[in-house]
Design a binder for this molecule. Structure first.
Ligand SMILES: [Mg+2]
Length: 337
């Protein structure tokens, strides 16, 4: 297997942000409306609903904060110590919360986060209620949520959509899976919420190191099979495999996987899109990402997750150049690598 390079990590995070920004203007629209208004071909511009730059949402904001927290844990040498690791990730989630609530920002004692210096990150982009509520719980000194200390039963896609960094910087698929699980459960305590994120992080680990897509899925399957309460996530993965068994994905088949509001459905949609994407050309990737977002559900999140997966596989020349030029805040990604 090849080693992870900075440029590969950059592509993974940037293409996730592109998928997020592509889906953001149509997150709350029905598929019929999207098709009638914009068509089935991808738009020329990433900023197709307003002036450039195109804006990403809470999915990418939180991914950047997870990358920063993970680097902080690695620098401190505690990425292998579960509770210390979880505390740092909880702190990073509260850092993100500070971008959503100025009172929280004022209450933070030290400025441990470089990301907080980006004024453009201090924007509300339709953050999920579960993420907000869980982060407030931790900010107010509540216990760190865990598998045996749950604070909710949410399986929203807020854990998976921020989990790509764990796959990028882990030393094994098992570690990526564990990191994503341990930090996902801080906000989403339903197994399908945190296990979908763990599966996704293991996929990112494998794909970023040159593993074949089906082999990567087989390895992530094996990690998932060891977990209790994994049946729902396993069923979603199997559904994604089934609708793509001939190497293609139709829109009608994709929507049978669900709308992506919950973790296991967003995982299934992103897996199905990434498994069948033509990642060799910019047009192929643009078509795949447009397919990933033009449904009636959580378009920005399925776009972000599919974008992370494809970005972990594609070459630099296949990155959609025009869309990339129109993406906001490119400098924040350099800080996160
Ligand atoms: Mg979002």
């Amino acid at each position: 297997m090849s080693h992870l390079t900075d440029s590969l990590a950059t592509r993974c995070l940037l293409l996730g942000a592109i998928g997020d920004a592509l889906g953001a203007p149509i997150e709350f629209n029905k598929a019929e409306y999207i098709e009638r208004t914009y068509g089935v071909e991808p738009p020329e511009d990433l900023a197709f609903e307003g002036p450039a730059p195109a804006r990403f949402t809470d999915d990418t904001q939180m991914t950047l904060f997870m990358a920063e927290g993970l680097h902080r844990a690695l620098d401190a040498g505690v990425a292998g110590e579960r509770e210390a690791f979880r505390q740092i990730m909880a702190d990073s989630l509260v850092d993100w919360l500070a971008t959503q609530d100025r009172r929280v920002l004022e209450e933070l004692e030290d400025s441990r986060s470089e990301l907080l210096k980006f004024e453009d990150l201090h924007k509300r982009r339709a953050p999920g209620n579960t993420c907000l509520t869980s982060c407030y719980h931790m900010h107010r000194g509540g216990h760190l949520p865990d598998v045996d200390a749950r604070i909710n039963d949410s399986k929203g896609c807020g854990a998976i959509m921020r989990s790509a960094p764990f796959g990028l910087w882990a030393e094994s698929a098992e570690q990526a899976f564990g990191w994503a699980l341990d930090s996902g459960v801080l906000t989403h305590c339903h197994p399908s919420g945190y296990l979908s994120g763990a599966y996704f992080a293991a996929m990112i680990f494998e794909l970023a190191r040159g593993q074949d897509f089906d082999q990567a899925m087989a390895r992530a399957d094996a990690l998932l099979a060891r977990e209790p309460e994994a049946q729902e996530t396993q069923a979603a993965v199997e559904a994604a495999r089934r609708v793509t068994r001939f190497g293609t994905l139709s829109f009608d088949d994709m929507v049978t996987l669900g709308e992506g509001w919950v973790g296991e459905e967003s995982l299934a949609v992103a897996l199905a899109v990434a498994r069948t994407a033509d990642i060799s050309t910019q047009d192929g990737i643009r078509e795949a990402l447009w397919l990933a977002v033009r449904h009636s559900g959580d378009s920005d999140s399925t776009g972000a997750i599919a974008g992370n997966l494809i970005g972990a596989m594609c070459a630099d020349e296949a990155m959609p150049a025009r869309w990339l030029e129109q993406l906001e805040m490119r400098e924040a990604f350099e800080l996160s690598i």
